[in-house]
Design a protein around this ligand. Structure first.
Ligand code: SF4
Length: 270
């Protein structure tokens, strides 16, 4: 049974989400998150063209947002129709324009541009984007956001995160383990050892580098095995850190827990 690297991240946030996804429920995606993913790709391109929008910060943010929104409108047609539940192109354009306007306000309020301009790594062009990696041996696959080559041509996986939150130091645990999973895939494909990875917290304006340790790879493999069991039908315990208040499955999760407890004990305790 094939497991995707993104499922490892979901599993580490809450194993039950993997259960619901495997049963056909869907996680809500946000339009802003898709736009931020594209911002991570347009930044190096715009800046390699020497774009400074005459040194005007607001004009530069506009240019970045325009380029990202244009890319989203062209390349994410299917996802947009599904996400926004509309098929009409002009309706989609107006929803994109609304998000773009809200993001312009958010970025200006946060001083986002000043933050990213201090870190040149936001403007380094990746060697490849959306790299599909698969290992039949491990039963694992994933689409890596960016792949960089280091000074000695060492492969460096990079994942882009569109959440407004990022840790004070280093990277979130789930991101570290997903990087380790991508490292396993890259190592198998290229017969090399991947020693470090990158996380681009683009919305938060932070770019982090981490070493990939053996224990991270072991944890990725353990998660892989547990995910297979969950996809096979095991209903797992919730995570200690589960954020049920913002979870797409909060209604169905309670119902499922009730019916499982009823089967086991003939009653349900909240
Ligand atoms: S509602 Fe809570 S326990 Fe249930 S899937 Fe969501 S995060 Fe996990």
């Amino acid at each position: 049974m094939d497991v995707r690297v993104s499922e490892i991240g979901i599993f580490l946030n809450c194993p039950r989400q993997v259960y619901f996804l495997s049963r056909g429920y869907e996680l809500r995606r946000s339009l802003e998150n898709i736009i931020f993913k594209e911002i991570a790709h347009v930044l190096p391109i715009l800046f390699s063209e020497g774009s400074d929008a005459d040194g005007d910060a607001a004009a530069l943010v506009d240019k970045i947002l325009d380029a990202a929104v244009e890319a989203v409108a062209v390349a994410y047609r299917d996802e947009l129709q599904e996400l926004l539940s509309v098929a009409d192109a002009s309706h989609i354009s107006s929803l994109l324009a609304e998000s773009r306007a809200a993001l312009a306000v958010e970025l200006e309020r946060q001083g986002w541009l000043e933050k990213i301009l201090k870190d040149g790594r936001f403007f380094e062009e990746e060697r490849a984007r959306d790299v599909f990696l698969v290992s039949e041996r491990l039963g694992l696959s994933g689409v890596l956001d960016k792949l960089f080559y280091g000074k000695r041509q060492e492969l460096t996986p990079c994942i882009v995160r569109a959440s407004a939150r990022c840790p004070e130091f280093g990277v979130w645990h789930a991101d570290r383990v997903q990087l380790a999973a991508y490292a396993l895939l890259l190592e198998e494909k290229s017969s090399t050892v991947v020693k470090k990875g990158l996380v681009e917290y683009v919305r938060a304006g932070e770019f982090r580098e981490v070493l990939i340790w053996r224990r991270d790879k072991i944890e990725a493999l353990r998660a892989l095995k547990r995910i297979r069991r969950i996809k096979g039908g095991m209903f797992p315990e919730k995570s200690e850190h589960a954020r049920c208040d913002i979870c797409s499955f909060k209604n169905v999760c309670v119902v499922e827990k009730k019916s499982l407890a009823s089967k086991l004990f003939g009653s349900f305790e909240r």
